[in-house]
Design a protein around this ligand. Structure first.
Ligand code: BF8
Ligand code: SF4
Length: 626
């Protein structure tokens, strides 16, 4: 039985009552104060990149003081938005490469997947023979760090894209160079008095996005796997009910697994558990919010307390001893909110510093001590809990997660062996698609956004897709929405059409496959590339589309740009502040198809959005004659 949106809303309302008791603020209240939003901002026609402005475009004032029109302003804003997202993802990737650079056999950071490391080294023409694995790790990490500022050539990982895709990128002049360079170019192009031509701004938006997807994000994913292990299917649970009233509750939140991995490790340490018991708790429960939660769920089965718009809810349970954050998607609201409770709000990164938090600077060199200190801080805080404020809803769902590309290939190998000779490829999956047992796939990704009833579009669209025999690969907060609803429980096969249900039974998988965090959308790129190579088709011919129905962050726009640029049509439920320029809208929803064989669709209506995706998938099938 699925957990409904209404049930989740009832839980939230109950928690907000606790909030009201202690005088806590919440996003539900702040959204009211911010509505209606500024129309200029919404349409993307406000420019404040020089101090002659800010300029706003209206019918009476069609140009800014410098003469820039709506198309230039919208385009520049779109590119800057992309650059912000690319920077966030890519810097996360850089941090991971840095962590790998400091890996030591004695820990705390070790090489857990040496095979993947060797595979990447070979791909990058780094000599592996006779090398100590840690020496190799340092060498590969050094090259990865150099990728960010490489002087010539393109991102190394782009060699994973099919030849045809790379040709398109070269022809469109969007082949990504160094990550830092694309971001700098984006900022330079959008400086006052530079580019105001939409086409050029969209090209650079795509190139910047590609340097994220096939650069920074892929670095984050691949080297996280090297350090912490490549995910394999594992059981976990999702929703606030994973918190345990009798235990010390530590919630990890953010994106970089370097922190959360060690927190999990120390929370599992017998010495720490004994210490927690000495303080009156029964044990220690670590659960997660946002992408760092996806990371530790995929590798350790650590339960997921919730996604983006539930981050305040974990504190509102009154049972959170510490919410420990690294970078990105963290509400500054957690500072004042945690002050209404006993909760410690622990910030750890110089990139993400916030008022009303305890800052424990987390550093690869001292990570072990830092993590231990944070776990101890949480335990010591257990006795400060006010039992009158504790309410943990008992709602949770089972979920099977951990579907890296490697895991998907392996899982399906087992199923169709009898029909397909070649194992270790995506051919079994292709066969399911070609035969029509599975009609296609949707990559469901991205955030929650108060503009949309939280999780509603994610969950309803997924239900609609699987009922139509379309398999879902999910990541980020979309994956958590699915897990909370129960769509990652293998029993969800009963909601599928007959074909997909059969595949779920044979492969023993849920119909919604958790592929990880948002940087792990790079896994989806790799899967698409493999499917194209194994089928001899172009990526754009595959019956696969992307969808971010409730997106909100700059990162999501960067993702959208690299998914479209990779040849996959992408459907959005929220407009990326471009409605103020018909030229930009036309380019993004149509014009770019000439460059990359895919484009955006923005549709806010649930039914239409779902129908459009199914239609697109069926169109692709028809074109292939399957
Ligand atoms: O990187 S899906 S709200 S947590 S931005 Fe943030 Fe959006 Fe969630 Fe992960 Ni991705
Ligand atoms: Fe106005 Fe032009 Fe300055 Fe933008 S760059 S604020 S449109 S004068």
């Amino acid at each position: 039985k699925l957990t409904t949106i209404e049930e989740n809303e009832a839980i939230t309302n109950r928690l907000l009552e606790t909030g009201a008791k202690v005088g806590a603020d919440s996003w539900q209240l702040r959204v009211k104060n911010q509505t209606p939003h500024c129309k200029f901002g919404e349409q993307g026609v406000c420019c404040r990149i020089c101090s002659m402005g800010p300029c706003r475009i209206t019918p009476k004032a069609p140009r800014g003081i410098c003469g820039c029109d709506a198309h230039g302003i919208v385009g520049r804003n779109f590119l800057r938005f992309t650059a912000g997202g690319c920077a966030a993802h890519s810097d996360h990737g850089r941090e991971i490469a840095h962590t790998l650079y400091q890996a030591r056999p004695e820990g705390p950071y070790k090489v857990k997947d040496p095979e993947k490391l060797i595979r990447i080294a070979k791909e990058w023409n780094i000599e592996t023979e006779g090398k100590d694995i840690y020496d190799l790790a340092h060498e590969v990490a050094y090259v990865a760090l150099g990728e960010y500022g490489k002087i010539e050539g393109y991102q190394n990982f782009t060699s994973r894209a099919p030849e045809h895709t790379r040709e398109l990128w070269k022809k469109a002049e969007i082949m990504p160079r160094a990550v830092d360079r694309e971001i700098a170019t984006a900022m330079h192009m959008t400086h006052m008095g530079n580019t105001s031509k939409p086409e050029a701004l969209v090209r650079q938006s795509f190139r910047t996005g590609l340097s994220d997807g096939w650069g920074g994000s892929m670095t984050g994913t691949e080297f996280s796997d090297v350090l912490f292990g490549t995910p394999t299917p594992i059981e976990t649970e999702a929703n606030l009910g994973v918190m345990v009233a009798e235990n010390v509750n530590i919630v990890v939140h953010g994106h970089d697994p370097s922190l959360s991995e060690l927190i999990c490790e120390y929370a599992d340490d017998p010495e720490m558990i004994a210490y927690a018991k000495s303080k009156g708790a029964k044990g220690i429960t670590v659960s997660g919010v946002c992408c760092t939660s996806n990371e530790v769920a995929m590798r350790r089965g650590i339960p997921m307390a919730g996604n983006f718009l539930q981050q305040e809810n974990v504190v509102l349970t009154g049972a959170c001893e510490a919410i420990v954050v690294d970078v990105q998607c963290i509400f500054p609201a957690l500072g004042p909110l945690s002050k209404c409770f006993h909760t410690k709000f622990v910030t750890t990164s110089p990139i993400c510093q916030m008022p009303d938090s305890d800052f424990v600077r987390f550093d690869a060199a001292t990570a072990g001590e830092n993590a231990k200190a944070i776990v101890k801080m949480a335990i010591d805080n257990f006795e400060n809990r006010n039992p009158d404020l504790v309410y943990i809803p008992d709602t949770k769902q089972k979920a099977t997660v951990g579907y890296s590309v490697e895991a998907i290939v392996k899982t399906l190998d087992g199923v169709t062996n009898s029909q397909v000779d070649e194992t270790g490829t995506t051919k079994p999956l292709l066969q399911c698609i070609t035969s029509g047992v599975i009609r296609g796939a949707v990559a469901m990704v991205g955030c929650n956004n108060p503009k949309i009833r939280p999780d509603y579009l994610h969950v309803e669209l997924m239900k609609k897709m699987i009922a139509n025999d379309i398999v879902i690969i999910a990541s980020g907060c979309s994956a958590q929405a699915a897990a909370k609803a129960g769509l990652m429980d293998k029993a969800a096969k009963d909601l599928c059409g007959a074909g997909l249900k059969r595949v779920c039974e044979l492969a023993d998988i849920p119909p919604v496959l958790h592929m990880g965090s948002c940087v792990d959308i790079s896994r989806m790129l790799m899967l698409a590339a493999e499917l194209a190579k194994d089928s001899g088709l172009n990526i754009s011919q595959l019956p696969v589309v992307g969808c971010a129905p409730e997106w909100m962050s700059e990162k999501a726009v960067s993702i959208g740009n690299y998914v479209v640029s990779t040849g996959l049509d992408t459907f959005l439920g929220v407009d990326p502040y471009v409605s103020g320029s018909d030229q930009m809208c036309e380019l993004l929803t149509n014009g770019v198809r000439d460059w990359v064989e895919a484009a955006y669709t923005v549709e806010k209506d649930l039914d239409k959005l779902g129908d459009l995706m199914i239609e697109r998938i069926e169109e692709k099938r028809a074109a292939l004659g399957i």
